[in-house]
Design a protein around this ligand. Structure first.
Ligand code: BJW
Ligand code: ZN
Length: 286
């Protein structure tokens, strides 16, 4: 809790009101030429996709952070594939919400006016593209893609289940000990070389794709407005993007359930569910 909130709740409320100046934000957005939005799990929460660090962040008894590692895949590829089979099914069946749709609509308005809006997302659920956003940089990969552990090729695979052995598996309420073990030879195989496939996701301790990171950094270094939507801003390198924009003296607007901004250098903070606050801030009906 901030010191201001503790010593003067009224002053705190006034400062929050100033930070959530919807009219001021809209005026600024409409004259911005190169807008970057950095999104995280919170933007998909209202589409029924659990956030990582909130309630529902567990699968069976596992934290996502213990399964989303190269070590976990090496030790137990069947368990990690069960987890991702479940995540793929949830994401493939989810629909974009008003926050995704507002960004897609505002990108079109920007295009018509010779301005630019790009989504840099940490999410792997594909909902920005489903909503119609065209300029999307998926810095942590995508559930729709697979990568071969042998020949390294990356390709789209939308099959659900991705292989017969995973049919009916992945139930988050099941217990590992009650389920037959899936043989490694029955896990998803590369269509080119038959090597073991893995989800095309950036796991903890892995580097982001160099080209993708360069594209994201270029935007962070050149944008004139940054929107930070539904992210806890704790995972690097994404966590440093918005503070870098603010350091250049450019405005940052945060949309989060939290009452307080993640960084005191942010110019705007809109507390609440972003499916409500974002369309309101952009004055769009979706
Ligand atoms: C709402 C809402 C609503 C809810 N409306 N808001 C020390 C310092 C610096 C770096 C490191 C370090 N120690 C280790 C590292 C490296 C590590 C890292 O950053 N760790 C931190 C935890 C400290 N980073 C990496 O490993 C990255 N690689 C890398 O850095 O390589 C070089 C290197 C390696 C090793 C050491 C050092 C350097 C790779 C990161 C890849 C992250 N991948 C994951 C998993 C993907 C797996 C999968 O999806 O299956 O990506 S982690 C997980 O967190 C996922 C997310 O994209 C990411 C960010 O989470 P996000 O989106 O912010 O979600 P939540 O749940 O945290 O927050 C939701 C927010 O929404 C909350 O704020 C809510 O309030 C809000 N909200 N509902 C508005 N309706
Ligand atoms: Zn292969």
């Amino acid at each position: 809790m901030s010191l201001l909130k503790q010593i003067s709740p009224n002053l705190f409320k006034m400062s929050i009101r100033k930070l959530s100046d919807y009219e001021g934000f809209k005026k600024l957005a409409d004259k911005s030429k190169n807008i970057v939005t950095l999104t995280g799990a919170g933007i998909s929460a209202e589409s029924g996709i659990p956030t990582f660090r909130g309630e529902g962040g567990l699968w069976r008894t596992y934290r996502a952070s213990s399964l989303a590692t190269p070590q976990a895949f090496l030790a137990n590829p069947a368990l990690v594939w069960e987890f991702y089979h479940y995540r793929r099914t949830v994401a493939f069946n989810a629909q974009p919400n008003a926050a995704h749709l507002a960004l897609a609509k505002y990108e079109k308005i920007c295009n018509e006016e010779g301005r630019r809006l790009t989504v840099i997302t940490q999410n792997v659920d594909g909902l920005h593209r489903k909503a119609g956003s065209e300029k999307v940089i998926e810095i942590h990969g995508a559930l729709q893609k697979v990568r071969c552990t042998k020949c390294k090729i990356v390709y789209e695979n939308l099959n659900d289940p991705i292989c017969e052995a995973l049919r009916g598996r992945g139930d988050p309420a099941a217990q590992d000990k009650d389920l037959p073990i899936i043989d490694k030879k029955d896990l998803p195989k590369c269509k080119h070389c038959q090597g073991l496939l893995r989800p095309h996701i950036v796991w903890f301790g892995e580097n982001l794709d160099h080209e993708v990171l360069t594209q994201a950094r270029d935007l962070v270094e050149s944008c004139d407005l940054c929107l930070v939507i539904g992210t806890s801003s704790v995972v690097y390198p994404a966590a440093m993007f918005a503070p870098l924009v603010a350091e250049r003296g450019q405005p940052v607007a945060e949309f989060n359930l939290n009452d307080e901004p993640a960084d005191e250098t942010f110019q705007f903070h809109f507390p609440g569910k972003c499916a409500t606050t974002l369309p309101k801030a952009l004055a769009l009906t979706v």
